[in-house]
Design a protein around this ligand. Structure first.
Ligand code: NAI
Ligand code: HPV
Length: 532
């Protein structure tokens, strides 16, 4: 395997870097703090990129990265990575979702306690030579009502800590089931407004999405109890900072703690910095512990290593995961599926409505969605420049073309112990190819509904002809005249409709002149050259 080059553009744990550097097939460069134009300049050299939250992987960067196949995020939030651009360019984006959960929950909870007891301000006052015991009288969190917006990993860990401190927790999360809320012993709100109404404290643990931008705005602040405390350890854009600053200044809100900002690093001319010390800040430190950084740094390095060396895809945020074991289990099927897809692209009617893949027998027990995507990739390969369609972008490409993908497993008896049937559907027309394993050898066993048996790789011509004597001879003569050797032939007759399909494997490719000669020969209905 050619060496794969990985750029680490934000600081990650040394153990993670060493794990990559120690692998003979990988080369790793750590180059942090790059200006956007510097990143743009060097990114074309790299197959992989590892970031935290500082590097912004824009569409421009991803498009310039002509070799790039994977971006690893040592952390959770991927809002600094243009995922659509990555998907469209066939770049898999993986994060490490669990490694910093506890650290971030602990940081957010520390911020709540710091707010309730004015700890940073009191610390500063002592350093300034004051002894302000009255000014910094605080509030207990015990017995207070806490709204958790986003009850995922971090939200749930925060809630546990809050409950241990005697708080009542109400959660809003559109994806949280009543059963999970019950297990977490939290009240489930149906809307954000419901969760915020009457809350004394709010903590945010949602991703930054178009739906969550400014999820806390001036109107929603009005729903909170007077003097409420707000903690944001998720993303800056979740709070309308101008509205927050105004509410704190007016005393409507007791205080806020911000670990994250709409623009990072923030400039001090922003409204939140003019709040009479009632807003406290940390510079995006949620995940900054030794433990979290070791977790996510090692994990992201392992994920990229396994991606480049074994084809495993873990924690992908723009395609389903495929662990190394599964990648190995289904590896042979992927080759077969690629060939079936390519075959369909050559033989089936153009401008189809859908690609339908059906699994019979043992294969239906495996990770078939990856096999389906592989068949789709094979099918679409010819539609783009070489190497531009892959497992990451095939679904997006199909969608943009209006091609539906359907996948099913069938308990019906097939002629084989297992079978993958791939079909192109266009109106009432269905064009079928199918493949299986004969012993351990992958074989194409059906073309256009006709039983054949042929290898899945090589140069072929597929001849459809009237079912009458002499045709095989004609084909043989044309090929012999062009000095093309036949290595295998599989003939299948459709007696009812009076035609035959002949799959002929060749030692070398048949060029256009051969195809033209064969097409013109009497009795031959269609000839297609296929390289699989
Ligand atoms: N300050 C820091 O250093 C760190 C910040 N983060 C941020 O924290 C966020 C949460 O992280 P995790 O808990 O690990 O993610 P998660 O994916 O486990 O939880 C996010 C939760 O938000 C919910 N959600 C999505 N849209 C919502 C909406 N419109 N309203 C309410 N809930 C919604 C989801 O259903 C999910 O349960 C990350 O997206 C990241 O932005 C994460 C780690 C460190
Ligand atoms: O994991 C996340 O989403 C974070 O925000 C952590 O950011 P960082 O890796 O510390 O720059």
């Amino acid at each position: 395997m050619a060496t794969k080059r990985i750029l680490v553009s934000d600081p990650i744990s040394e153990k993670g870097v060493a794990l990559l550097a120690d692998h003979p097939e990988l080369e790793v460069d750590v180059n942090t703090g790059l200006a956007p134009e510097e990143l743009l300049k060097i990114i074309p050299q790299y197959d992989g990129l590892i970031v935290r939250s500082q590097t912004t992987a824009t569409a421009e960067v991803i498009e310039a990265a002509t070799k790039l196949k994977a971006i690893g995020r040592a952390g959770v939030g991927v809002d600094n990575i243009d995922r659509d651009a990555a998907t469209n360019n066939g770049v898999v984006v993986m994060n490490t979702p669990t490694g910093n959960t506890i650290s971030t929950a602990e940081h957010a909870f520390s911020l709540l306690l710091s707010l309730a007891r004015h700890i940073p301000q009191a610390h500063g006052s002592i350093l300034a030579g004051r002894w302000d015991r009255k000014k910094y009288q605080g509030t207990e969190v015990n017995g207070k009502r806490l709204a958790v917006i986003g009850m995922g990993r971090i939200g749930a860990e925060f809630a546990k800590r809050a409950q241990a401190f005697g708080m009542t927790v109400v959660a809003y999360d559109p994806f949280l089931s009543a059963a999970r809320a019950e297990a977490l012993k939290v009240e489930l709100a149906e809307t954000v407004d419901q969760a915020l109404t009457g809350a004394d404290c709010v903590t945010l643990h949602v991703p930054m999405t178009p739906d969550t931008k400014h999820i806390i705005n001036a109107d929603r602040i009005e729903l909170l109890n007077k003097g409420a405390l707000i903690v944001n350890c998720a993303r800056g854009g979740l709070i309308d900072e101008v509205a927050l600053a105004a509410a704190v200044k007016s005393g409507r809100i007791g205080g806020a703690a911000l670990d994250v900002f709409e623009n990072e690093p923030p400039t001090l001319d922003q409204a939140v910095f003019d709040s009479d010390e009632r807003i406290i800040f940390t510079p995006h430190l949620g995940a900054s512990t030794n433990e979290a950084q070791e977790n996510v740094g090692i994990q992201v390095a392992e994920q990229l290593r396994d991606f480049f060396t074994q084809g495993a895809i873990t924690n992908a945020v723009n395609m389903p995961s495929l662990d190394a074991k599964t990648a190995e289990e289904i590896g042979d099927y992927l080759e077969l599926a690629t060939s079936l897809g390519k075959l369909l692209s050559k033989l089936a009617p153009h401008q189809p409505d859908s690609l339908r893949v059906t699994y019979y027998g043992a294969v239906s027990e495996l990770e078939t969605s990856a096999i389906t995507r592989t068949a789709l990739t094979g099918y679409l390969t010819a539609s783009r420049q070489e190497g531009q369609v892959n497992l990451v972008n095939c679904a997006a490409i199909a969608k943009s073309m209006g091609l539906q993908i359907t996948e099913s497993t069938s308990a019906e008896e097939a002629d084989f112990t297992e079978l993958i049937k791939a079909e192109i559907v266009k109106g009432d027309e269905v064009y079928t190819v199918a493949g299986t394993f004969v012993g351990s050898a992958p074989r194409i066993v059906n073309i256009e509904g006709q039983a054949v048996e042929t290898a899945i790789k090589g140069n072929f011509i597929i001849v459809k002809n009237d079912d009458r004597p002499g045709i095989v001879g004609t084909v043989g003569t044309v090929l012999a005249d062009k000095e093309i050797n036949i290595s295998n032939m599989s003939l299948s007759r459709n007696k009812d409709l009076g035609y035959a399909v002949n799959v002929i494997q060749l030692d070398s490719a048949a060029d256009e002149s051969v195809i033209n000669l064969l097409t013109e020969a009497p009795g031959i209905l269609a000839v297609t050259a296929v390289e699989l």
